[in-house]
Design a protein around this ligand. Structure first.
Ligand code: BES
Ligand code: ZN
Length: 721
C-alpha cells in the first residue's frame, strides 16, 4: 500500500512541479545494483547535469535575529548539455529564503519547486539568459538569501548557554544533509568544490571555518564589526562547510595544530588534546602526507551533538571528551583519520557511508594501537566497545532491517534516521575480514593505494570492490567472497575472533566476581579497579551491561555497594558515567535518576543523550520526568538532537522547534512520498502536507484523493503553517 501511495504522491508532486512523471514511475534499482549506485537520492539538485566547482560565501552573522544573511556564489560547469542544464537546481531547507539570483552577473529568474518534508525546497534558477550551454561551459550563479532562525544546521546559543555567559555563540553541523539550511547548494557528497568565505561578525567575536584563515585579509569595520576571510583550496563536499562564532581563545600545540575554545575551557582543551600532533604523525605514516595544511581543533559548548566532526582544517569536538586524563582523545584520532578517509576520499552518496566511517574506524584503531605501542589495542576497542554498539544498533533497527545493511537503500529516508553504528562497525568488520585474508602488511599497503587513488574524488562500494580485486590481482580468496551478502544482507555479520584476553580478562573477571559474590570481594580487587585505564573500566561496565541483558538486572544494593567502592556516579569521565548510568537505570535504581537527568541536561551529545532519554522514558520510575525534562530543556539541544530525541520519545516537533504531544509527524523508517509523507503504523497511515499554505490546500485535496484511490487510509493529518 505504501508503495502505491508513494508512486501516486510522487506523480502528483511531479505534475505540480511541471515535470515529466515517467522518471518517478520506474521501479527502484534492483538491490544488487546499489553497490554501483552513484545517484544521490537525498538531494533535489540536478548535480548530474551541472555541477558546482567553487563556492564563494558572503555572510553577515546576525546575533539579533539569529540568521545568516548574504550570498552564495557557485561557479558551475555543465556536464550534460541541452535541457538538463537549462536550469540549475539548488537544495535549500529549514525556511532558507532566496530573494535574488544573478547568473553571470545579470539578474535571473528563479522559483521554488515543491518541498519535500525531509529534503527541503529546491530552488530552480533559469540559465536561459546565458544562451545554449555546451558541455564544459562555466556559469556563475549567485543566490542572495537569508537563513531562518530555525535553520537545522545552526545552533544559536544565548549567553546563558555558554561557559563565559557574556556573549552568544553560533555553531553549525552540516553532515549529512543540513548544509542546505545555511546556503543554497548541491547538497550531495557527490559534488566536491573548493570554497572561499568572508564573514562579518560583531567585534567581540572570533569566527572560525573549515578552511585556511587568511589573516592578512581580515579587517575591522568602522561600525564595530570584524571581517574574517578564508580559503579552502582542496575540493570538499557541502557537508564539510562549517562555521563557529563566539568568544574564543586558542593555544598552539604544534606548528600546524591549534586548540580553540571559550577562554575558561581553553587550558583544559589544550591538555586533553595535547597528543594531536602525535596522532597526525601516526596517521601520516599509515597513509601519506597530510593534505590540509592546518589541523586545528575547536572544543564546542556541551550541546554539540556529536563526539567529533571532521570539518577540514578545524575538527569540532564535544567538551564531554575533557576527562582530564586524555583517555577519550581517541575521538580526535578518529577525526584526524577522516582527513584521508571521508575528506580526501569521500562516499559518493550516504548509501556508501561505511566507506567514510568504516575506513575511519580502521585507521583510528591503527593509530591508537601505535600510540599505545601494542597491536592488541587495535582489537580491544573493536571487540568491547565497537561490537556491543553494533549489536545494539541492529537490535534498535529490528523494525527496519534494511537500515542494518552495509549499503542501505536511502530512497526517501532521512540520513539522520538511518544513522547508527552499522556503517562504523559493520564497515570495520569487513575491512578486518579483508585484512585477515591478505595479511596486515599487504592490506596496509592496499589502504595507502586506495586512498591515493581516490583522493579528491568520491567512491562507491562497487569501485571499492573492483579496486581491491584489481590490486590483489583477482585473488580467488577475495573474488569468492559473498559480496552481495556483504553489501546487502541485514543484521550482524559474523563476529570476528578477537584474541584480547591479555588485556580484557581482568575486567571480565571482576565483573564476574561482582555477579557471583554480589560485591563481597577482597579489598585488593577494588584497588586494582581504581588503577585501571578508562578502557578497562569501560570493558568492566560493558560486561555487566551484557550480563544484565542475559541474566537480569543487578540488584540495587549491589549497585550501591559498587558505587561506594568505585565512586562511579560522580565519575567525571563521560563514557564511564554513561555506561554506569545505563546499568543503574536498567536495574531500576532510583538513586541514579537525579544524576541521569543532570547528565542529559548538561550536555547534548546524541551518543549519550538519546539512549539516556530512551532508557529514562522506558523505566517505570522516570518516564514522566523524562518527558517533562526534555520539553523544558528542548532549546538547550542542537536542532538535530532535538529532532531525534523528540522522535525517540514519541513527540511531535513543529518546524519552529516547539513540541506537541502525539506522535511526531516525521516518518521513521516509513516512506516519505513526494510531498506527502506516508507511514504505516499498525494499520494507520499518516499523510502530511506541504508547508506552503497555498500548496497545502491543494495537496490536502490530493491527499484525500489518494486516500480514496488506495482505500486503506484511516487517518489524515493536515498541518498548515
Ligand atoms: N562524521 C562523524 C559525525 C557525524 C556522522 C555527523 C554522521 C553527522 C552525521 C564523526 O566523524 C564521528 O564519527 N564521530 C564519532 C566519533 C567516534 C566514532 C570516535 C562520534 O561523534 O561519536
Ligand atoms: Zn567519523
Amino acid at each position: 500500500m505504501n508503495r502505491a501511495l508513494s508512486i501516486l504522491a510522487t506523480t502528483i508532486s511531479r505534475l505540480m512541479a511541471n515535470e515529466p512523471a515517467s522518471a518517478s514511475l520506474h521501479s527502484p534499482a534492483p538491490v544488487t545494483d546499489r553497490a554501483s549506485n552513484e545517484k544521490d537520492l537525498n538531494t533535489l539538485s540536478n548535480y548530474e547535469a551541472i555541477k558546482s566547482q567553487h563556492l564563494r560565501l558572503h555572510w553577515n552573522v546576525d546575533f539579533e535575529r539569529n540568521v545568516l544573511e548574504g550570498w552564495a556564489e557557485h561557479t558551475m560547469v555543465v556536464l550534460e548539455p541541452g535541457a538538463p542544464a537549462s536550469r540549475a537546481i539548488f537544495d535549500t531547507s529549514s525556511g532558507l529564503s532566496v530573494h535574488k539570483v544573478e547568473v553571470n552577473g545579470l539578474e535571473a529568474s528563479f522559483h521554488k519547486g515543491v518541498s519535500h518534508p525531509v529534503f527541503g525546497t529546491p530552488v530552480k534558477v533559469s540559465l536561459t539568459t546565458v544562451g545554449l550551454l555546451s558541455k564544459g561551459d562555466e556559469v556563475v550563479v549567485r543566490l542572495y538569501y537569508v537563513t531562518a532562525p530555525t535553520a537545522s544546521a545552526c545552533q544559536w546559543l544565548p549567553p546563558a548557554q555558554t561557559a563565559g555567559q557574556k556573549f552568544p555563540y553560533l555553531f553549525t553541523q552540516s553532515q549529512a544533509i543540513h548544509a542546505r539550511s545555511i546556503f543554497p547548494c548541491q547538497d550531495t557528497p557527490a559534488v566536491k568544490m573548493t570554497y572561499s568565505a568572508r564573514v562579518r561578525v560583531p567585534h567581540w567575536a572570533t569566527a572560525l571555518m573549515s578552511a585556511l584563515r587568511l589573516e592578512d585579509k581580515e579587517f575591522m569595520e568602522g561600525d564595530g564589526h570584524r571581517m574574517y576571510v578564508w580559503d579552502q583550496p582542496v575540493p570538499i563536499p557541502s557537508y564539510l562547510v562549517a562555521l563557529a562564532v563566539g568568544e574564543l581563545d586558542s593555544r598552539d600545540i604544534s606548528p600546524r595544530c591549534r586548540v580553540w575554545a571559550e577562554p575558561s575551557v581553553v587550558e583544559a582543551a589544550r591538555f586533553e588534546f595535547g597528543q594531536t600532533e602525535e596522532f597526525l604523525q601516526h596517521a601520516e605514516a599509515l597513509t601519506f602526507e597530510y593534505a590540509w595544511k592546518r589541523y586545528d581543533l575547536l572544543c564546542l559548548p556541551p550541546s554539540f551533538p556529536y563526539g567529533g566532526m571532521e570539518n577540514p582544517c578545524l575538527t569540532f569536538a564535544t567538551p564531554t571528551l575533557l576527562a582530564g586524563d586524555r583517555s577519550l582523545a581517541d575521538v580526535v584520532a578518529h577525526e584526524i583519520a577522516h582527513s584521508w578517509t571521508g575528506n580526501l576520499v569521500t562516499n559518493t552518496t550516504w548509501e556508501h557511508f561505511y566507506l567514510n566511517e568504516g575506513w575511519t574506524m580502521w585507521l583510528q584503531r591503527k593509530i591508537m594501537a601505535r600510540i599505545h605501542g601494542d597491536p592488541l589495542f587495535f582489537y580491544l576497542d573493536a571487540e568491547w566497545l565497537g561490537w556491543p554498539h553494533l549489536e545494539e544498533s541492529i537490535a534498535a533497527f529490528k523494525d527496519h532491517p534494511g537500515l542494518t545493511a552495509l549499503v542501505p537503500d536511502l530512497k526517501d529516508v532521512d540520513p539522520d534516521d538511518a544513522f547508527s553504528s552499522v556503517p562504523y562497525e559493520k564497515g570495520f568488520t569487513l575491512l578486518l575480514r579483508l585484512e585477515r585474508i591478505v595479511g596486515t602488511p599487504a592490506f596496509e599497503k592496499f589502504a595507502k593505494h586506495y586512498i591515493r587513488l581516490y583522493k579528491y574524488k568520491t567512491v562507491t562500494s562497487a569501485q571499492f570492490k573492483s579496486t581491491l580485486l584489481e590490486h590483489f590481482e583477482q585473488d580467488p580468496r577475495l573474488v569468492c567472497l559473498p559480496w552481495d551478502e556483504i553489501f546487502y544482507a541485514p543484521g550482524l555479520p559474523l563476529k570476528p575472533a578477537y584474541d584480547t584476553a591479555r588485556l580484557s580478562s581482568p575486567s571480565l573477571a571482576l565483573a564476574d566476581a561482582w555477579y557471583k559474590n554480589k560485591g563481597g570481594l577482597e579489598a585488593e580487587a577494588h584497588k586494582e579497579f581504581m588503577a585501571w585505564s578508562t578502557l578497562q573500566k569501560q570493558i568492566f561496565l560493558e560486561s555487566l551491561l551484557k550480563r544484565t541483558e542475559a541474566e537480569g538486572p543487578i540488584p540495587v544494593p549491589v549497585l550501591e555497594a559498587m558505587d561506594r567502592e568505585y565512586r562511579l556516579t560522580s565519575s567525571k569521565n563521560a563514557e564511564i558515567r554513561f555506561r554506569w548510568t545505563m546499568l543503574c537505570l536498567r536495574a531500576g535504581a532510583k538513586f541514579i535518576v537525579a544524576n541521569a537527568l543532570d547528565f542529559v541536561t548538561s550536555q547534548g551529545r546524541m551518543k549519550f543523550t538519546r539512549p539516556l532519554y530512551k532508557e529514562l522514558y522506558k523505566s517505570k520510575m522516570a518516564s514522566a520526568v523524562a518527558l517533562e525534562t526534555f520539553k523544558k530543556n528542548a532549546m538547550f539541544y542542537h536542532p538535530i538532537c532535538r529532532k531525534m530525541v523528540a522522535t525517540d520519545l514519541g513527540l511531535c516537533l513543529a518546524p519552529d522547534g516547539s513540541l506537541e504531544e502525539g506522535p511526531t509527524s516525521r516518518v521513521k523508517g516509513g516512506a516519505w512520498a513526494g510531498d506527502l509523507g506516508a507511514r504505516q503504523k499498525g494499520k494507520r497511515t499518516w499523510l502530511r502536507v506541504l508547508r506552503l499554505p497555498r500548496e497545502a490546500v491543494i495537496v490536502l485535496g490530493l491527499g484525500v484523493t489518494a486516500m480514496l484511490v488506495v482505500g486503506a487510509v484511516t487517518v489524515v493529518r493536515h498541518k498548515r503553517k
